[in-house]
Design a protein around this ligand. Structure first.
Ligand SMILES: *Cc1c(COP(=O)(O)O)cnc(C)c1O
Length: 462
């Protein structure tokens, strides 16, 4: 593929358009307004939409609302896209995007590893059979419990995020063993969809800086610890990054650091983990990161940079979270109230910031769709709000919905698979929604709805 072709693809990325059949299918989905939905999404009679062969209106009736529907094939296909694009790399799913037992099984069956950031995520994965050696543990402030659990369960790699962690970890590593670790480096690159998710620059809490020498200092400290085995470097530049360039720049800086470590300590570290952060489209027309273009450019930079520096090419690891599970999920809500004020029409649904805090946190925009009945009413700009006791509980500001939307209607929000339920809260004791997996026309509950009983059981004082 020529450079021109690569950059053209980068400018106009189209998801899953490698074959002519796929391209035609993508065009049809665009025409139906389903371009950011799971690939299995189909318009059905009477305004319904099916995902994985399951009618969303029926799922809403059967499981209640709000409900999160997760397309198993879409998750698996996305895992395979990474494995095909990076055949020689370790692909590690970032569990914080969404984790339950079934999800852990799916990514394991597709040959991925798992990235966890707490003893809780780690224990869930290992108790459901995930091989601990394929788990990477992260965290800017790992608790003693996190580190003890990681050592006890035998995680493959622990990513050191602060100097104090080095001595703490070494002190509890059992005699006669060596824990493989990596250093989380801040490469000094600004990338990402929002200031709150930019993690590649020096002015945020993650990692050890390349520019002020703390990354190099941590490397020296780890090499001094006989119980720790430094296997490589890690960086994660941010989230919702739609361009390939920042990744190429990060690889260049990390190879530079690998070369300096070789010069200073006489060792060539065998692994390089370049994190995740690959953008998805939340609304039609938004850009996503093209994974095959990323693979080509990262591989070229890594091979060229290592050749120039006289380094062996390290084994690459990537940690996608959102791009694996985000587009596979659809949230379905029921409309409870419609209110017209002077300037706005508010459409209030039976969920909101307790199941999706992202609009309030990052100002993210979604594209909800009326489902379950046909409507020929002309579209009107409305604000879809939640049921919680805050004026900022907005799910989708200024979106076009049919003008006759009314209580009892169903609204479906695509691209809802990542960072919704994993960030969900107990606000207003509404209870977190269930997760229903759909595939081949069959729906099954993966995580049941949180009941009042679940919540009141924790409340043990008087
Ligand atoms: C959050 C995170 C990821 C995944 O980010 P996505 O934007 O979901 O791809 C990967 N690695 C690290 C260290 C992270 O903190």
């Amino acid at each position: 593929m020529s450079i021109q072709e690569l950059s053209a693809q980068e400018l106009h990325p189209a998801p899953g358009t490698d074959s002519p059949g796929e391209a035609a299918h993508a065009d049809a989905r665009d025409a139906e307004g389903l371009s950011v939905w799971p690939r299995s999404a189909r318009p059905e009679p009477h305004g319904d939409v099916s995902v994985g062969g399951v009618s969303l209106a029926e799922a809403a009736d059967r499981f209640g609302t709000p409900v999160y529907v997760l397309d198993e094939h879409e998750v698996r296909e996305r895992c395979r896209t990474y494995r095909t694009a990076f055949p020689d790399a370790d692909i590690v799913y970032a569990a914080k995007a969404f984790l339950c037992r079934a999800m852990a099984h799916w990514v394991q069956e597709e040959g991925l590893g798992l990235d966890v950031c707490s003893a809780g995520e780690l224990a869930l994965a290992v108790t459901t059979g995930f091989p601990p050696e394929k788990i990477v543990m992260h965290g800017n402030a790992k608790s003693p419990e996190d580190l003890r659990t990681a050592l006890r369960l035998g995680v493959g790699r622990i990513v050191v995020d602060s100097t104090s962690e080095i001595a703490r970890l070494a002190a509890i590593t059992p005699a006669g063993t060596r824990q493989p670790v990596m250093v989380r480096v801040v490469p000094g690159i600004a990338a990402g969809g929002h200031a709150k998710v930019r993690t590649g620059t020096d002015d945020q809490k993650f990692g050890l800086s390349l520019t002020d020498g703390s990354a190099q200092h941590a490397v020296t400290r780890i090499l001094d610890q006989p119980h720790l085995e430094l296997v490589g470097l890690h960086c994660h530049i941010g989230s919702q990054v739609a361009a390939v360039k920042p990744y190429v720049a990060a690889v260049r800086r990390m190879v530079g650091l690998l070369a300096r470590i070789r010069d200073q300590h006489g060792i060539a570290l065998p692994q390089l983990n370049i994190g995740g952060g690959h953008a998805i489209a939340y609304r039609p027309g938004e850009e996503h990161l093209n994974i095959s273009v990323l693979a080509g450019r990262v591989r070229a930079e890594l091979e060229d940079g290592c050749a120039r520096a006289g380094l062996p090419v390290p084994r690459l690891t990537l940690e996608p979270g959102r791009a694996i599970v985000g587009p596979a999920g659809v949230a379905v809500y029921r409309v409870l109230a419609v209110k017209r004020t002077g300037a706005h029409t508010f459409v209030a649904v039976d969920g909101g910031m307790s199941d999706n805090p992202r609009p309030a946190l990052y100002g993210v925009r979604y594209a909800p769709r009326l489902i379950g009945r046909p409507s020929s009413a002309p579209p009107r700009l409305v604000t879809v709000v939640g049921r919680h006791c805050e004026a900022g509980d907005i799910l989708a500001d200024e979106v076009a919905l049919p003008g006759d939307v009314h209580p009892g209607d169903l609204l479906a929000v695509p691209a809802a698979g990542a960072y919704h339920l994993s960030m969900a809260s107990g606000y207003n004791l509404v209870g977190r929604p269930p997760v229903v997996a759909v595939s081949d026309g069959i729906a099954r509950v993966l995580v049941r709805r949180e009941s009042l009983d679940d919540m009141s059981r924790r409340d043990v004082g008087l």
